[in-house]
Design a protein around this ligand. Sequence first.
Ligand SMILES: [Zn+2]
Length: 64
Amino acid sequence: MAPTTVQCPTCGKLVAWVDTQKFKPFCSERCKLIDLGEWASGTYAIPGEDLDDIEPDPRDFPDE
Ligand SMILES: [Zn+2]
């Protein structure tokens, strides 16, 4: 009996749905990370450019 296969959401490659495929439904860790990255950037509007404009506020770092 052939194992169930799914398509990698990132690249469309057929992936066997087996216990040894720890990145399922992705074909590889790379595809998984790519998908997670797109998910993160699409879900959370992280203003990447603004990060450079944020300077540490001295009040957030009290003398130790
Ligand atoms: Zn893939």
